[in-house]
Ligand binder design. Structure first.
Ligand SMILES: Nc1ncnc2c1ncn2[C@@H]1O[C@H](COP(=O)(O)OP(=O)(O)OP(=O)(O)O)[C@@H](O)[C@H]1O
Length: 228
């Protein structure tokens, strides 16, 4: 479904990604791992065209999307839940999920069932929500577009343990429903249970990729590439 081929990207003259390739197939969950500053956010921005790649291909159902405007990539069915959530401070929860709704499995109503906390808060503004509630809202806003691929960048970062568990619960529900996802997260113990395969970035290159069982079995990868 998504094929990234030999991608390079960076900022100004500073190159961050060098020849990155990865795939996400329909219904598959891929974990994207690596220490701080290794290029994970840069890669998800290069895929979604928030940061136009320098070279290489981003293929979506076999068609090149590199160079297209980010809003067109979103319409094609790739939704990003960005690092830092970026909810709109002056829109209510209800407005967030209705403004971006597109036909499909996820409706404002079914999302309020998935996130009961958001249902309770539906008339609150974005800036009146806790960090965890903002994270749930950022996920609901992405899901209501009914994307075929959901990309999550550090969705559980900086959250209290109980709220973090709530996010993992929702990701488990999405997994059960066969949702394709590319997930950047530092909680490797949880990510190996959620994802099918993983890609580890080291200094902007793919250092390792393989199935969850292989990553779980080889703790030397955790210490070498993840500092764990
Ligand atoms: N807007 C920017 N301008 C210039 N350099 C940047 C910018 N954003 C990131 N970088 C640099 O690009 C490199 C990769 O950063 P990136 O955010 O992609 O890493 P990451 O793996 O997502 O790390 P983190 O977990 O810290 O978010 C780092 O050296 C970072 O300093």
């Amino acid at each position: 479904m998504l094929a990234v081929q030999d991608l390079t990207a960076g900022y100004g003259r500073s190159q961050v990604l060098s020849g990155v390739s990865l795939e996400v197939r329909a219904g598959e969950i891929v974990g994207l791992l690596g220490r701080n500053g290794m290029g994970k956010t840069t890669l998800v921005h290069a895929i979604t065209q928030l940061l136009p790649p320098w070279s290489g291909q981003v293929l979506w159902d076999g068609e090149a999307i590199a160079g297209q405007p980010a809003h067109r990539v979103a319409r094609a069915g790739i939704a990003l839940v960005p690092e830092g959530r970026q909810v709109f401070p002056n829109l209510s929860v209800q407005e967030h999920v209705t403004a971006f709704a597109r036909p499909g499995r996820w409706t404002p109503q079914s999302l309020f069932e998935l996130f009961p906390r958001l249902a309770e808060r539906r008339h609150h503004l974005g800036n009146e929500l806790s960090g965890g509630e903002q994270q749930m809202l950022a996920m609901a806003r992405a899901l209501v577009t009914n994307p075929r691929l959901l990309i999550l960048d550090e969705a559980t970062e900086g959250l209290a343990p109980l709220v973090r568990e709530e996010i993992w619960r929702v990701l488990g529900v999405l997994r059960e429903s066969g949702h394709a996802m590319l997930v950047v997260d530092k909680y490797v113990h949880r990510l190996v249970r959620l994802a099918d395969r993983h890609v580890i970035l080291e200094k902007g290159r793919v250092a390792w990729s393989g199935p969850s069982a292989a990553l779980e079995a080889d703790r030397s990868l955790w210490s070498r590439y993840l500092g764990l």
